[in-house]
Design a protein around this ligand. Structure first.
Ligand SMILES: Nc1ncnc2c1ncn2[C@@H]1O[C@H](COP(=O)(O)OP(=O)(O)OP(=O)(O)O)[C@@H](O)[C@H]1O
Ligand SMILES: [Mg+2]
Length: 257
């Protein structure tokens, strides 16, 4: 039987303020097998970040069952979370930003050096190792954030709209890099995006969320994802159009079904 790395059942999460409470998520069911790439897409404010924070162990005020590798989520450990605003330390160089997590885990210097070189090379950042974040483009900064997460060899990579501030071309380049990384590591990935093309290009499973309180209205198996030449194909555009109408409240129907 396929092992679900993420398993969520009847998840409800709310935010309580003085007098009122906002229900951010209601009756969310979601499962993602180990080693798959999942994408969550849905309108602004529907609870996507809340869901990711629950999975990252950062939000523990929820009800329902949430399991990551058969355990309730914990902060850190084998899960890495990458945010839109990079979270890089501006006073540290690319190299020093990337080694941070390994230093905290008290790895030896030769081990850190080897792993850092490898990950920077993989992301095309080796020549920029001595630069500071301010000396990098948005795409390069996002690559540093990915390198910093990958160096710890996570089993689950959670990403909250990681590429939303990038121009279209940089965005496609970094999507390609992410796919390559996945091919090498087979890390389980769950990515949030507003971008329909990104969802179809990357997501083997696409979860469409409704507006607040959010729940999953459609779960789409996307067998096209993972082909580097997909963007130019007619089927890709058809799939994007279907997803678009689904997001507008229509019913998704599988092409060719
Ligand atoms: N700390 C908070 N206190 C109160 N309400 C909150 C808090 N954080 C989020 N919310 C509310 O919970 C709901 C879900 O928020 P969340 O940030 O998860 O949405 P989102 O889908 O990530 O939105 P976006 O696409 O704009 O990032 C929203 O209605 C939001 O206003
Ligand atoms: Mg959000």
């Amino acid at each position: 039987m396929e092992h679900n790395y993420i398993s969520i059942k009847s998840l409800k999460a709310d935010y309580r303020q003085k007098k009122q409470s906002v229900v951010a998520l209601e009756s969310v069911d979601l499962s993602l097998p180990k080693g798959q790439r999942g994408v969550i897409i849905g309108p602004s404010g529907c609870g996507k970040s809340t869901l990711l924070n629950v999975l990252a162990g950062l939000n523990q005020s929820y009800t329902g069952q949430v399991l990551v590798d058969n355990q309730p989520p914990i902060c850190g450990g084998k899960t890495a979370l990458i945010l839109q605003e990079y979270g890089l330390l501006p006073w540290k160089t690319v190299w020093d930003n990337v080694i941070l997590g390994m230093e905290l885990r008290k790895k030896s210097s030769p081990e850190i050096k080897e792993a850092t070189q490898k990950v920077l090379e993989k992301l095309g950042l080796l020549s920029m190792a001595k630069r500071y974040p301010v000396q990098l483009s948005g795409g390069q900064r996002q690559r540093v954030a990915i390198a910093r997460a990958l160096i710890l060899e996570p089993q689950l990579l959670l990403m909250d709209e990681p590429f939303s501030s990038l121009d279209a071309l940089s965005r496609e380049e970094i999507q390609d890099s992410l796919l390559k990384i996945w091919e090498e590591t087979r890390v389980t990935m769950l990515l949030i995006t507003h971008n329909i093309e990104e969802a179809v290009f990357l997501g083997q499973k696409i979860f469409v969320m409704s507006s607040c309180p959010g729940h999953i209205v459609q779960e789409i198996e996307n067998r096209m994802a993972g082909d580097y030449n997909l963007r130019g194909r007619v089927q890709f555009l058809e799939m994007c159009n279907q997803l678009r109408s689904c997001l507008r409240g229509g019913e998704y129907y599988a092409a060719g079904a």
